[in-house]
Design a protein around this ligand. Structure first.
Ligand SMILES: [Zn+2]
Length: 441
């Protein structure tokens, strides 16, 4: 049993049954009640005292995390018989009714569901909003947490869209990636997976003498990419390839040209295009990639001097940027395996540890406690609208001071009112009971 290749972050929870005791034939989508990062969601499930987990988490930026491998059973839906047969997915959502998820999360969710179906031999997802069909995956193979426990999960926003999600997932499966052999290829359009920090660490490792001006412009790949819907991390990996990791050794262009993708170097010995500043050069590269990827209009005015020479949409995938690998025999570069080289660089970048990961066990959070476990509780309290004394916002300072203690108490009070005793004493200490309630949704 494999895990999804869409995962960009892994943090395995100790809360699980190993291995699952039923083949995968169901998908259960949950909402996490807070616009948490994928690190935040996985971090929730690091403590064995929490007694909860999920197979996959989707953070608010759409990145997908692996929390419990598919071969194992997560503790997610308050029903072992469901969780043994289901792949469970926790999605970053708003903290109040209807617990909406954003577009990035929605897109990743559809992609992930299609991927789960494909790898587990599930022909398509079926949703009838009918609780009496639990356990009959041939009739309905999506289930919801609210059927197994007194919870709102997955929230009405997701619940009302399960039919639409099913249609979109099935369209992806039916469109039969297999038919045109594009399964597993990497789309140029989409959200970047690598962070600016990972890209900077990569370039520093490969080119220790790299100039500060290069490091400073790394975030531009992400912002310019986002503006056009192009994966900025792919553009950056391409620049690493084209400039020899910004050493410009053996390259036709020089740093001062602000041309980081060999644009206009159509023959040996040509100097290529120049741009007035790094931002313009990167913008031109992003626009050039978009020209290859699809036929959509640009969002910003065109600064790419060679935009009009491209057959729009002739290379949807990175692999197809190389003319030799492109079924239309078009592309960015003539050399063999051009796209593969870019993807190899990207894979190395993604292996670099992200600076922002939560990798810790959630210990009791009480007055005077400091660290990432405090930060996680602060993030959850803040995401759910709890405040300190006199309505003060909670600082995400990793330090459990008076305001955090106050907010924990407010949380305990509010939850005990709904479900008496669920958080134990109202004592301002997030111990196992409170943590479990806070985190296990
Ligand atoms: Zn749930």
């Amino acid at each position: 049993m494999s895990n999804s290749s869409l995962v960009s972050y892994t943090s395995i929870s100790p809360c699980k049954s190993v291995p699952r005791e039923h083949k995968i034939d169901t998908i259960t989508i949950h909402c996490v009640v807070g616009q948490l990062s994928v690190e935040g969601i996985c971090g929730c499930f690091r403590n064995s005292a929490v007694g909860a987990s999920c197979n996959y988490a989707i953070g608010t930026d759409g990145r997908i995390g692996l929390c419990v491998e598919e071969k194992d059973c997560s503790w997610c839906s308050s029903s072992p018989s469901n969780d043994h047969r289901a792949v469970t997915i926790e999605c970053a959502s708003d903290r109040t009714h209807p617990y909406a998820i954003n577009e990035e999360v929605y897109r990743s969710l559809v992609d992930l569901c299609a991927d789960i179906c494909r790898r587990n031999g599930i022909k398509g997802v079926k949703w009838k909003a009918d609780r009496s069909l639990i356990g009959q995956p041939d009739k309905q193979n999506m289930t919801v947490h609210r059927w197994f426990a007194n919870k709102a999960c997955p929230g009405d926003y997701i619940y009302d869209r399960l039919g639409r999600i099913a249609i979109e997932v099935n369209a992806k499966l039916g469109a039969g990636a297999i038919k045109d052999n594009t399964e597993g290829l990497t789309k140029i359009m989409g959200t970047a997976v690598a962070t600016a920090e990972q890209m900077k660490k990569y370039i520093r490792a490969k080119n220790p003498g790299v100039s500060q001006s290069v490091l400073d412009m790394v975030p531009l790949y992400l912002s310019e990419g986002k503006a056009e819907g192009v994966r900025g991390d792919i553009a950056f990996a391409q620049s690493c390839l084209e400039t020899g990791n910004f050493t410009f050794k053996g390259s036709a262009v020089t740093l001062d040209q602000n041309n980081f993708c060999g644009m206009g170097v159509t023959a040996n010995g040509m100097k290529g295009n120049s741009f007035k500043d790094p931002k313009t050069g990167i913008r031109a590269q992003i626009q050039h990639l978009k020209a290859y990827a699809n036929a959509d209009a640009l969002m910003q005015s065109c600064v790419d001097p060679r935009f009009q020479y491209i057959t729009r949409g002739c290379a949807k995938y990175v692999e197809w940027l190389g003319i030799q690998e492109n079924p239309n025999r078009k592309g960015w570069a003539a050399g063999a395996g051009y796209g593969e080289k870019i993807l190899n660089i990207l894979a190395q970048i993604l292996k670099i540890e992200r600076g922002d990961a939560y990798m810790f066990t959630v210990n009791e959070v009480k007055k005077g406690e400091k660290g990432n476990h405090v930060l996680l509780v602060q993030e959850i309290l803040k995401a759910r609208g709890f405040k300190g004394k006199n309505g003060q916002e909670i600082n995400l300072d990793k330090d459990c001071g008076a305001n955090t203690v106050y907010a924990i108490k407010q949380y305990q009070k509010a939850r005990n009112k709904v479900d008496p005793g669920i958080c134990g004493n109202v004592d301002g200490i997030a111990g196992p009971k409170t943590l479990r309630d806070m985190i296990a949704l």
